[in-house]
Design a protein around this ligand. Sequence first.
Ligand SMILES: [Mn+2]
Length: 471
Amino acid sequence: MVTVLASLMLAQDGFPFRVHEADKIQAAEFAIRRAEYLKSIPAGSFALLVTNPLHQRTNDTDFPFRPNSYFWYLSGCEEQDSALLLAPDGITVNGKSAKEILFVADKDPRNETWTGVLMGPEKAKELLKVDMVLSNRSFATVMASLTQAKGALIERPDGLSGAVARFVKSFDEWLPKHAEEKGLRKPLDVMRSIKSPAEIALSWKSMNATCNAHKEAIMSCEPGMREWEIASLVEYIFARNGCEAVAYGSIVGSGMNSCILHYPSPRKRINSGDFICMDVGGEYHGYASDVTRSYPANGKFSPEQKAIYDIVQQAQEAGVRASTVGAPFSSADQVARKIVADGLIRLGVIKDAKEASRYFMHGTSHYVGLDVHDTGDYGPLKANQIITVEPGIYIKEGSPCDQKWWNIGCRIEDTILIAQNGPVNMSGSQLPRSTSEIEALMAKKGLGNRPEGKIALNGDPSKLFALSHAH
Ligand SMILES: [Mn+2]
């Protein structure tokens, strides 16, 4: 319920503001990004970036707030109800001109009692070092006064609410009398795809937390557990290692669920003999990890599970090797797809390479950054981009092959830094991949096996009911 306050407690330096986390991207780096991006905005135009609205979960409760990635990338501002205006020829407010204006919520003691301390414009200017910071209540007036001929709202959020709804409304009122500046998002997409040293450092921390969580989950897994026990354990280890959030909903699918690519609700009981596909990643100060490991619930690969796994592992390693500076974005996909097809033919699962897409139905790579599916131009790979390599084979029950292969869903995914000297496997260097390494890890106990973590039901609930009707 009090998610905003909870995240404020991470703050250091005695300030209750989240921008003061010691190892976050510094205000100076955000200023460099804004200056760089301003060069892509033509004179006479502006770019408007708004943060995400708050989304309701159910009555009086909201989903945890997450800033919009484009907005965050250029401002460093993590507060709700904020927006950023960038215009290379300046915007004049009260006789002063600025190329960058950040709008934030005013201080409001009543509101802050419920949802946490706000910076207010003055403190925001000091902390975030944006040229001009104004109250978000002045947004509509500033927007209506803009003389620029063209403008763009970089990303239109859905489920509009609060100040974000008002920002978008003001933009929509401005637009019909002016023109939309197309193409302002692409240069930002490309900028975001090339990571700075500070971003790579945060990604590395995100990867550390994620690999730790994978190891702990693999060690802890035993038949009889529920899928969510593993998912919750993973998320605790993320938090324990500094991640504020999950980068995406944790995927822990056992048995038939291992074949559901984005399995959303891990509820099934895990049975001995089940194969598990676990795709989980933490978010550390905004930076996502995306890592998948697949393993047998009982700690021993069956011959069929091992045969499928070995093909995926071979495909994945070839895909990683193909991910070099200058290579087409699809290089990893091409080599991985060929190995998967050849392997499935060898096992007799398919007869022709064309059938392979029935069992390997997703792409092999995507960019990773502030978003788990991050931005980029999907052109030749460039130094300091971060991508995944994640081939898989998923053989659903009822597939046209020997039923000994059914319900094996296997994906191996690592997050790779495209370095000048070759690919760096950020997660794979810390986390077992071969079947023998995974079996050795599963032979150990993990945090989830500690007996004191599990309690017996205390008392008889039916007696409680009797008690409440005793009079
Ligand atoms: Mn992925």
